[in-house]
Design a protein around this ligand. Sequence first.
Ligand SMILES: [Zn+2]
Length: 194
Amino acid sequence: MTLFSRLPGVGEKTAQRFVLYLVAQDTDLSRRLADELVSLATHLQPCERCGNIAERGELDAPIHCSICRDEKRDARVLCVVAKIQDLLAIERSGAMRGRYFVLGKLISPLEGIGPSDLPIETLKRRLDEGPIEELVVATPPSVDGEATALFLARELAGRNVRVSRIASGVPHGGDLEFADQITLGRAIEGRKEL
Ligand SMILES: [Zn+2]
């Protein structure tokens, strides 16, 4: 039993393989790996505005990611994603000039995740900060992704913000993270109002 098995996607067997591999190598690799892990944990933090990964700056300074700090971004468009990997995939497509909001999870009755588990109040506060005119919901085209998109549209109805949903094209049940850049770019450009 090693801590490796606590990492996502790593079972007991893989954890054991990591340990056996590291033991067979020069200790230099283990030492560099340990240093890198400590450095990641101390220098990177979730962005306080959007949930993306951000570099920790000066002490007490607000932690904002490079996208939130980028003045050239379109402040009128906010793209809602389920996870950071999806944000990175959309960034690679180059189709989103606005900023992001990472939900961290999707509504999933099977996993016992309900609407109240979403950071909806944080999202509303973010919208209150303005000047957002359009919210692009880029949750995956799965049952959970659609349920989350509909909930957001309903919850934010009546606000002075247009809620749109990325077009299909990403296969149903598909993961945005693994969609190719062109498909993802088209899905964003072809978004429709919810
Ligand atoms: Zn950010």
